[in-house]
Ligand binder design. Sequence first.
Ligand SMILES: [Zn+2]
Length: 276
Amino acid sequence: MTRFAPSPSGLLHLGHVVNAIYVWGVARALGGRVLLRVEDHDRIRSRPEYEHALLDDLDWLGFVPDEGRSPVRRQLDEPSVYEAALRALRETHHVYACDCSRKEIGGECYEGRCRDRQLADAPGRGLRVELGRAQECFVDALLGPQEQIPARQCGDLLIRDRDGHWTYQFAVTVDDARDGITLVIRGADLMSSTGRQIALARMLGRLNPPVFLHHPLLHDATGEKLSKSSGDTSLRQWRAAGKSAPEIIGRAAFLAGLIDTARSVPAAAVHTLFRG
Ligand SMILES: [Zn+2]
């Protein structure tokens, strides 16, 4: 089981189409299933109109999930799973309150200032879980063997921020465990956080964390990552310009290096891009 998990905080772009091509293409080529999960854990940036637009764009493109479309599966439909996961984590690991601001922490790596302060869990404080110093070794399904030391990259993992929101890392790891996701397919820009997600999955009691596949991002002709300003416009704009769904999927597949020339590819045929 794999998943397509867009956040309803903006419109779908070609980068999302590339991810959909990999998710549906690999799932169909391997005989797997696709769950659609709307990642609305960020209550401040998520908007119903973006959710509506992304579902409509996905339908229009022809990417049909096996689960999660009707009814739509949203993270915040079942907030109790995160509380339950937190309780379970507290029983086996050192979870502690932290009142450090982002500014105080400075870079990405948290040095553990509040680890032994025994602060009470109170509004305005975040929650962290102590990570061991262990190295995480995993095999990316596309890129091969990887090694990361999460404690050195990020320090003790933030699981709930100071505003009371579950963090992305915690929410997706809990969701993937609950949904039985065995293969996570996502862009290469998220590679650096994979070791900590695998570590957290194991800490949450998942004996077999998912396999990860990190795919290339969109690049323009010069090899630069495609930005919104250099042509990664929203699907809304492509649709308004009269492009068909197979044309857009073909363009995304071409810009991601999956095919040599931009040609039309229907969603129902993306699995053919992954054969032999
Ligand atoms: Zn702190």
